[in-house]
Design a protein around this ligand. Structure first.
Ligand SMILES: NC(=O)c1ccc[n+]([C@@H]2O[C@H](COP(=O)([O-])OP(=O)(O)OC[C@H]3O[C@@H](n4cnc5c(N)ncnc54)[C@H](OP(=O)(O)O)[C@@H]3O)[C@@H](O)[C@H]2O)c1
Length: 325
C-alpha cells in the first residue's frame, strides 16, 4: 500500500497500560519516513484503545460455539467460506448463504460434520425474499444465535466513470442486504434477549480510497447503522460486533465491479499480498468469543486508520497517492 510513498516503521506495541476503566490502553511508537528513508516525516506516541488492538495468533480450535446457530452470508467464497469452516470446527451449526448453491454445497462438505449444516441460497439484492428465508431457518434449525453479515462486493472505478446502476448494486448488496438480514433476525433475538449481529465492514469503513468511493460509502453506512443498533439493543441483551479487515487474499478484487458493471477480473497486488482468509476467520471468531464491539484485523495498512484519526492532513496527502490495485 505504501510502496510508492513511505517507509513505515511500526514498532511492536509497548508497554501495555491498564487504566481504571474497563478499557485497556496500549501505547505504540510510530515513525514515518520518506520512501528513501532519509526524511523522518513524523514520530509520535499514540494511545490506542484495546478494541483496535488484536492478537489473532491464539488458538481458535478450542473455542466453544457448540450447537450455536450461526448464519453466514457470502459463505460460498473467501472470508465467508473460511468462517463457515472455522465455526463448524468450533462446534456451531452453520447456515451458509450466498447466490451460488453449488459453491455453498462444496463449502458445506468441507465443514466438520457436514450433515449438521444447512445451505440456503439467497440474493441479498432481493430484500423482499429475506423474511421468508429467516422463517425457513428458524423452522429447520431454531433461532439464530449469531448472524454474520459478510457478503459484499467491492469496486474498482473512479466516481466520474461509475454508472448509477453499479452504485445501486453495491449499496443494495453491502448495505440494504445486510440491513434486511438484520431486521429479519432481530425480532426473535429481542424476544429471546440474546444473540449477536456481526458486520464484516472494512478499513474503508473508516476512510475512503480512490476507486472505492461507493464501496467505502457502503461500509461507512454500515458502521453508522451498527453503532446505532448497538445502542438501541444493548439493554435487551443483543450484541453487535463490527469487524474491519485490511487486505485479505480472496476473490474480492476479481469480483469487484468496474464503472460499467463488468467484473474487474484481476487479482490486485494489494489483495495478493493480503492475509489468508483462514487467519482472518480465526481473528473474527476470537473477536466474537471475546464480545468485541469493533475490531481491526489487518496488516500494516491499518496505520491509515490512525493517520486519519491523529494526522488528518498527512492522511489526505498519502491517500491521494497510494496504490489501490
Ligand atoms: N478481501 C478483502 O481484502 C476484504 C477486506 C475488507 C473487507 N472485506 C469484506 O469481506 C466480505 C467478504 O468478502 P471476500 O473478500 O470474502 O470476497 P469474495 O471472495 O468475493 O466473497 C464475497 C461473497 O459475497 C457473496 N455475495 C456477493 N453478492 C451477493 C449477493 N447479491 N447476495 C448474496 N451473496 C452475495 C458471494 O457469493 P455468491 O457470488 O455465490 O453470491 C461471496 O460468497 C465483504 O463484505 C468484503 O467487503 C474483504
Amino acid at each position: 500500500m505504501f510502496d510508492d510513498l513511505l517507509f513505515v516503521n511500526l514498532n511492536k506495541e509497548s508497554p501495555v497500560v491498564k487504566s481504571f476503566t474497563p478499557v485497556t490502553f496500549y501505547v505504540r511508537y510510530v515513525k514515518i519516513y520518506s520512501k528513501d528513508k532519509n526524511d523522518l516525516l513524523s514520530q509520535d506516541k499514540w494511545n490506542i484503545d484495546s478494541d483496535y488492538m488484536f492478537d489473532y495468533h491464539n488458538k481458535w480450535s478450542t473455542m466453544n460455539f457448540t450447537d450455536q446457530i450461526v448464519w453466514i452470508t457470502g459463505a460460498s467464497s473467501g472470508i465467508g467460506k473460511a468462517l463457515a469452516i472455522a465455526f463448524s470446527q468450533a462446534g456451531a451449526r452453520v447456515v451458509l448463504s450466498a447466490r451460488r448453491a453449488n459453491e455453498l454445497e462444496t463449502v458445506r462438505q468441507e465443514c466438520r460434520n457436514p450433515e449438521q449444516h444447512y445451505i440456503l441460497p439467497l440474493d441479498l439484492t432481493e430484500t423482499d425474499t429475506i423474511a421468508e428465508k429467516v422463517s425457513l431457518v428458524e423452522k429447520k434449525l431454531g433461532s439464530v444465535d449469531i448472524l454474520v453479515n459478510n457478503a459484499g462486493i467491492t469496486q474498482r472505478s473512479l466516481v466520474k466513470d461509475t454508472r448509477i446502476a453499479v452504485i445501486r448494486k453495491i449499496m443494495e448488496t453491502n448495505y440494504f442486504g445486510s440491513i434486511a438480514m438484520t431486521q429479519a433476525v432481530l425480532p426473535r433475538m429481542l424476544e429471546r434477549q440474546t444473540g449477536r449481529i456481526v458486520f464484516i465492514s472494512s478499513l474503508t469503513g473508516k476512510f475512503g480510497t480512490p476507486q472505492r468511493s461507493i464501496y467505502a460509502s457502503s461500509k461507512h453506512a454500515i458502521m453508522g447503522f451498527a453503532d446505532a443498533l448497538r445502542a438501541e439493543v444493548w439493554y435487551s441483551g443483543v450484541r453487535v460486533s463490527v469487524i474491519l479487515p485490511g487486505f485479505v487474499l480472496t476473490n474480492a478484487s476479481r469480483n469487484a465491479l468496474t464503472g460499467d458493471g463488468s467484473p474487474h477480473a484481476t487479482l490486485d497486488q494489494t489483495t495478493a499480498k493480503g492475509m489468508l482468509p483462514e487467519k482472518c476467520a480465526q481473528g473474527i471468531l476470537k473477536a466474537i468469543k471475546a464480545g468485541k464491539e469493533e475490531v481491526i484485523i489487518s496488516g500494516k495498512e491499518q496505520i491509515m486508520v490512525y493517520l486519519k484519526r491523529f494526522f488528518p492532513g498527512l492522511f489526505n496527502k498519502i491517500i491521494r497517492k497510494i496504490k489501490v490495485t
